[in-house]
Design a protein around this ligand. Structure first.
Ligand SMILES: Nc1nc2c(c(=O)[nH]1)N(C=O)[C@@H](CNc1ccc(C(=O)N[C@@H](CCC(=O)O)C(=O)O)cc1)CN2
Ligand SMILES: Nc1ncnc2c1ncn2[C@@H]1O[C@H](COP(=O)(O)OP(=O)(O)OP(=O)(O)O)[C@@H](O)[C@H]1O
Length: 203
């Protein structure tokens, strides 16, 4: 636990060193790599998120998904859970939550993944760091841990979970607790890691 919080501090301070221009270029590389993947092409639904200033900028991904006619939903924090609502357009009237993150207004239509088991979904997953076995270090409140566990426990949901990060957020090993679930794919600037391929090789 202490190990995780020290790592979070270290990574946040590293990310703060990047000029906005640098992070923009890095985000563009990650965006291109994701958009060239079959995971992206095959997804009918994008469960995205609105990025914080120190994260890979997701704006271009949300716009591209909307233009491609994918269903796009983003999360709203409700108590300890994430509720996804349909994003109508990129310039929608967002609400800024307690963490300074743009989120849907409560009256946007809800998107419940369990009601769409016939549709292939790509779940963009934020993270402060990832390792090659696709474990992620989040911001420490467990929102995505709970959400990933929810979709994974519902076997009728066809979701590919994808962590996106810049090269410097790839670390040798994320300290993982019992409840930590790896994502299916990690897409960074120069590398792509697959959980299935790498778990057999490295864990
Ligand atoms: N863009 C984005 N949206 C997301 C997440 C994320 O990681 N990124 N989350 C992933 O689960 C959830 C929000 N989780 C969060 C958990 C903790 C803090 C937090 O502790 N923030 C500090 C202030 C910022 C800082 O210094 O880092 C705080 O409020 O004290 C923020 C968000 C849901 N939405
Ligand atoms: N599946 C789960 N069900 C219930 N509680 C959970 C689950 N997963 C994690 N938690 C709780 O969430 C808290 C934060 O967990 P952790 O430090 O691993 O967060 P994180 O993965 O870094 O954060 P996040 O998912 O918000 O980005 C812990 O107290 C943990 O007990």
């Amino acid at each position: 636990m202490k190990e995780k919080s020290a790592l979070r501090r270290q990574i946040k301070s590293m990310l703060r060193q990047f000029a906005p221009e640098t992070l923009r270029e890095k985000s563009e590389r990650v965006t291109q790599r994701l958009m060239n993947s079959s995971a992206w092409r095959d997804a009918e639904v994008l469960l995205g998120f609105c990025s914080l200033p120190d994260e890979v900028d997701t704006t271009a991904l949300l716009i591209a998904a909307l233009h491609a006619g994918k269903t796009v939903a983003i999360p709203r924090i409700v108590a300890h859970e994430l509720a996804f609502h349909l994003l109508p357009e990129i310039d929608a009237h967002y609400v800024i939550n307690a963490f300074g993150i743009r989120e849907p207004a409560p009256d946007w239509p809800l998107f419940r993944p369990e009601a769409h088991h016939d549709r292939s979904m790509l779940v963009l997953t934020p993270g402060l760091a990832f390792d090659r076995c696709c474990y992620r270090l989040g911001r420490g409140k467990g929102f995505y841990d709970r959400f990933l566990s929810h979709i994974r426990s519902n076997s009728s949901i066809q979701a590919t979970t994808v962590g996106i990060c810049v090269a410097e957020q790839l670390i040798e090993r994320v300290p993982a607790d019992q409840h930590d679930l790896p994502v299916d794919l990690v897409i960074a600037e120069h590398e792509v890691f697959s959980r299935i391929a790498n778990q057999a090789l490295f864990r």
